[in-house]
Design a protein around this ligand. Structure first.
Ligand SMILES: [Fe+2]
Ligand SMILES: [Fe+2]
Length: 528
């Protein structure tokens, strides 16, 4: 900064105005959050300071050892080109090396490698650098590249992070192209350094954010991986959540007319959806995966099958013993033998029927009172093995077979529900920045119900923010529409809406949000 203060052609007023401008630019650069807008601002402000007709920005890509083209602005040609992600590259990147040798023929590459400013009065007269590229460009466009200022952008650690290239300085009054003056070199150098710091900060924030998201997505992937039955549940909940939030944003009528989630709020919601089931990391797999009533760490139905074979054998043995006794007592009445045989058959068939019934209950979606009554009757039956009296079904088996809906008993249901408490506990420990401060609330409330009968905190009504209600609907819809449940076929969307419609009537989910969900056809749009 001192060099231009000392310049003889600079009045105190000029210096004051420049300083003021530099401070303003510095503040604006550090306040800008969008990196593409930041690129634009840098070139625009540099061109304005130096009165340059054209400006190009390259950012150093250390992995590829190139200067990666970002922005080109050319006033005379009315050009404003930028490289966007996945878009065609409009200007070629500049190689920093040819094989092992540094690329000193290219002015930008030289400036980046040497960290030196280049001020070239006329590129056509230069014998030091190769300007055949710009000259070729000129021959196509009719432009005349003349004065050039190439400034390496150095950050707070004096590392070059990019190169700013300005072309054709113009005289204020005449518009004539002139070489870049010393004063303007100092100004642009100062700006480039402010810009480099702002860019480095933005890049660091982006990298940390990227790392954080990758970490969260890895955890979510691991949780989804824990249960083959739930597949990509979290990933799909994120998709549905964001689609419903978009529908809220696009809704220009009714209740959601006034609601609009800005970019930061969308980010906060997206992260909340990614983390909503993070507590499942503590849920044992055998409970998460329990798809049939008798499944525990192993499937107890096989134990029951073996037991019933044993019971059948014991019964057979008892009848054989009875037959032997009758023969020994020289019983001759055939009726007695026939009766005994009939009783044997009936007894064995009753055992087989009991087992078949148990198997049905084991996999049934619903078990009604009548079925539970029959299970109790079976459990009351006994057999004797090694002199010990044993029940046909033990209390654990009876309890689990008698589960009316689904496959979880009370204890297991409690273990499953505990994942929401764990989500709350785990996320409460994370020091979220201000813009993500509500992630814990949104994520941990996805099993709450509007009427206060949900879990873990039994929140109700206004205590449930719109974002939590969105995740709740996404979570229910995903669970009901999931393809892969061993005990249940994939439901038709009309059936899912019927079930969710009842949830709406019972005050479980937000009715207006659910109506918007149905109206917006999100179920089909997200392609589950
Ligand atoms: Fe959950
Ligand atoms: Fe979930």
């Amino acid at each position: 900064m001192l060099s231009f203060l000392e310049a003889s052609d600079t009045s105190i007023d000029d210096v004051g105005a420049h300083l003021k401008k530099m401070v303003e630019i510095g503040i604006a650069l550090s306040a800008e959050k969008n990196i593409d807008t930041l690129f634009d601002m840098i070139v625009e402000e540099a061109r304005a300071l130096a009165m340059a007709d054209s400006g190009t920005l390259y950012i150093l890509d250390r992995d590829r050892n190139v200067l990666s083209f970002k922005i080109l602005q050319n006033n005379s040609l009315g050009l404003h080109l930028k490289r966007t992600e996945n878009a065609e590259i409009l200007l070629p990147d500049v190689d920093l090396y040819h094989g092992e040798s540094p690329n000193y023929e290219n002015a930008s590459s030289f400036a980046a490698l040497q960290g030196k400013i280049l001020n070239i009065p006329d590129v056509y007269a230069s014998t030091t650098f190769d300007f055949t590229g710009p000259m070729k460009y000129d021959s196509v466009t009719g432009y005349r590249s003349q004065s050039m200022l190439v400034i390496p952008m150095k950050n707070h650690e004096n590392e070059v992070i990019g190169v700013l290239q300005l072309l054709n300085a113009q005289e204020v009054e005449s518009g004539r192209v002139v070489p870049f003056g010393d004063r303007c070199v100092s100004l642009v150098e100062a700006l480039a350094s402010q810009a480099a710091v702002a860019l480095t900060n933005r890049q660091l924030i982006q990298e940390i954010k990227k790392l954080f998201y990758s970490f969260i997505e890895t955890i979510a992937g691991a949780i989804d991986e824990k249960s083959p039955n739930t597949g990509d549940h979290i990933k799909r909940v994120v998709k549905i959540t964001m689609a419903l939030a978009m529908a809220v944003n696009e809704s220009n009528q009714g209740l959601f007319k006034e609601h609009f989630f800005d970019d930061e709020e969308m980010e906060e919601l997206r992260l909340s959806a990614w983390m909503h089931d993070v507590g499942k990391i503590t849920t044992p797999e055998y409970v998460m995966d329990k798809s049939t009533r008798l499944e525990s760490k192993f499937d107890r139905i096989h134990l029951i099958e073996t037991r019933f074979s044993l019971i059948a054998e014991i019964v057979e043995k008892q009848y054989l013993e009875k037959q032997v006794k009758l023969l020994q007592s020289r019983e001759t009445s055939s009726d007695i033998f026939l009766e005994l045989e009939k009783a044997r058959k009936e007894n064995l068939s009753s055992i087989h029927e009991d087992l078949a019934f148990i198997k049905t209950c084991h996999r049934a979606e619903f078990v009604n009172d009548k079925m539970i009554h029959r299970l109790n009757k079976i459990a009351e039956k006994q057999y004797i093995v090694s002199g010990k009296i044993q029940p046909f079904l033990d209390p654990w088996e009876l309890e689990n077979l008698s589960i009316q809906k689904g496959s979880l008993n009370e204890t297991e249901r409690h273990i499953i529900e505990n994942h929401a408490t764990m989500t709350l506990k785990m996320l409460s420990c994370l020091p979220f920045p201000k813009n993500l401060s509500r992630v814990t609330d949104f994520a941990a409330s996805h099993h709450e119900r509007l009427n206060g009968t949900g879990y873990p905190r039994k929140l109700k009504g206004d205590a449930l923010p719109l974002q939590a209600r969105i995740i709740a609907i996404a979570d229910i819809f995903e669970a009901l529409s999931a393809r892969d449940r061993p005990y249940r076929k994939r439901m038709e969307i009309s059936h899912i809406f019927e079930i969710m419609g009842k949830m709406k009537e019972n005050g479980h989910i937000d009715p207006d949000l659910f109506d918007l969900f149905v109206r917006s056809d999100i179920g089909k749009k997200v392609k589950l």
